[in-house]
Design a protein around this ligand. Structure first.
Ligand SMILES: O=P(O)(O)OC[C@H]1O[C@H](OP(=O)(O)OP(=O)(O)O)[C@H](O)[C@@H]1O
Ligand SMILES: O=C(O)c1cc(=O)[nH]c(=O)[nH]1
Length: 137
């Protein structure tokens, strides 16, 4: 991340205290992503930065609920690329019952998973594994 963007994120969202993380670990630091992703100027500049880093051949973006969804949506607006939303658990009713991915995702597409915060990488490795199994890159 470019220097000034990193300091803007740190100033907006870095908290110190005693926090339990999604992995169950404890941390003295916590990046409250909602404190940067709900600021339109910062969200737009993050999306511009992400757009510049997308590898060639990126056909689609993906964001895991909840925190990564605004970042994926803003990057989609910046690039014109479509995106999908990945649920933590499949929905149990409606047209998409049994599916954890909202939006269109075809086998073989080059998908870039946009993350807001990565600590152990566990959350983002789940979708990556299942897409590889279905032929996406
Ligand atoms: O790398 P990991 O150890 O998997 O941890 C990082 C994940 O944890 C956070 O999500 P959180 O559980 O806070 O959920 P939220 O997006 O629904 O707020 C973060 O947004 C990542 O998705
Ligand atoms: O690992 C996490 O759960 C986590 C860490 C962090 O800094 N921010 C966050 O939203 N989640």
């Amino acid at each position: 991340m470019e220097g000034s963007l990193a300091s803007r994120v740190r100033d907006a969202a870095l908290l110190e205290g005693d926090f339990v993380l999604s992995s169950g670990r404890r941390s003295r630091f916590y990046v409250d992503k909602y404190l940067f992703s709900t600021e339109p100027g910062l969200l737009r500049d993050l999306a511009r930065g992400l757009a510049r880093k997308l590898p060639e051949g990126t056909a689609k973006l993906a964001g895991v609920e909840l925190g990564a969804v605004p970042l994926a949506a803003a990057t989609a607006l910046e690039t014109g690329l479509p995106y999908v939303i990945v649920r933590k658990e499949a929905k149990g009713h409606g047209a998409n019952a049994g599916r954890a991915v909202e939006g269109r995702l075809e086998a073989g597409e080059g998908v870039v998973l946009v993350e807001d915060v990565v600590t152990t990488g566990r959350r983002s490795s789940g979708p990556r594994r299942s897409w590889r199994a279905r032929g996406s890159r």
